[in-house]
Design a protein around this ligand. Structure first.
Ligand code: KIV
Length: 273
């Protein structure tokens, strides 16, 4: 939505209007205030404090171990400086599945204590009563279908979902159930492009794809993947827009050399009496 001026805050109604006008939405993850400050000066529409912070920031091998305290800590860091994009935070594994009351309490914590403007949850029919309750409390909810990493053990790994007509129909039905429950947008992760296109055409809320092809209403990627922090991580759906991993290592090696060669600090970096 490049029509936005730099300082105009992105709202839910603008996100919904983007679908009607055919304007694509851009979204990225973010986990800290240093990157939030940079993203704030771009035209990116939506920032997600994803539970992918388990992998990216905390060194876990997935999102299952991420806790509410982890999410609150990182969401608050982003919220302190992010002013323009719409800020959504992931509800972590088992913070909303147990009961409607638990879901509402934890969603409220991410808004009140974390400073998020909306929350994202993974799953379809089984969590629709929780989604409805959170929405009715005035908290915007983003859905997430297809590959849902919190269910990695049930899915048997990180693989494309919705292949075959029954599996595709299930995702389509779940998408409609979530829309009826009141979501404002739906992430579709790792589903075939044709299925994402069908879902996108049949919903009035925008779809945000990751590994779901070009027909979604918007796209989301993990910030550190876009920036190329890990040169060994190159899934098919990813386009890297920088190679910051290499850049950072080269900079640190240059600093190390300068220190050891006595080149840094020079006179220009030292204080006079
Ligand atoms: O946790 C996350 O980063 C996500 C996005 C990849 C959609 O859920």
């Amino acid at each position: 939505m490049s029509k936005y001026t730099q300082r105009e805050a992105v709202t839910i109604s603008q996100i919904l209007a983007a679908k009607q006008s055919g304007q694509k939405l851009s979204a990225v993850t973010c986990y800290d205030s240093a990157f939030a400050r940079l993203i704030d000066h771009t035209s990116v529409d939506i920032v997600l404090v994803g539970d992918s912070l388990g992998n990216v920031m905390l060194g876990h091998d997935g999102t299952v171990a991420v806790t509410m305290n982890d999410m609150l800590h990182h969401t608050a860091a982003v919220a302190r400086v992010l002013k323009r994009p719409f800020l959504c935070a992931d509800m972590p594994f088992l913070s909303y599945q147990v009961s409607t009351e638990q879901a509402l309490t934890n969603a409220a914590r991410l808004i009140q204590d974390g400073g998020a403007q909306g929350v994202k949850v993974e799953g379809g029919h089984p969590i629709c009563s929780q989604v409805k309750a959170i929405v009715q409390a005035g908290i915007p909810v983003m859905g997430h279908l297809g590959l849902t990493p919190q269910s990695v053990h049930a899915m048997g790994g990180y693989r494309v979902q919705g292949r075959g007509s029954d599996a595709a129909q299930q995702i389509l039905d779940d998408a409609h159930a979530l829309q009826d429950a009141g979501i404002f947008a739906l992430v579709l992760e790792m589903v075939p492009e044709r299925l994402a296109e069908r879902i996108t055409a049949s919903l009035h809320v925008p779809t945000i794809g990751i590994g779901a092809g070009a027909k979604c209403d918007g796209q989301i990627l993990v910030l550190h993947d876009i920036l190329g922090f890990d040169s060994g991580f190159s899934p098919k759906f990813l386009k890297k827009y920088a190679n910051l991993g290499d850049t950072v290592q080269q900079a640190l090696d240059a600093y190390d050399r300068d220190v050891k060669d006595g080149v840094y600090p020079g006179p220009e970096h030292s204080f006079k009496e």
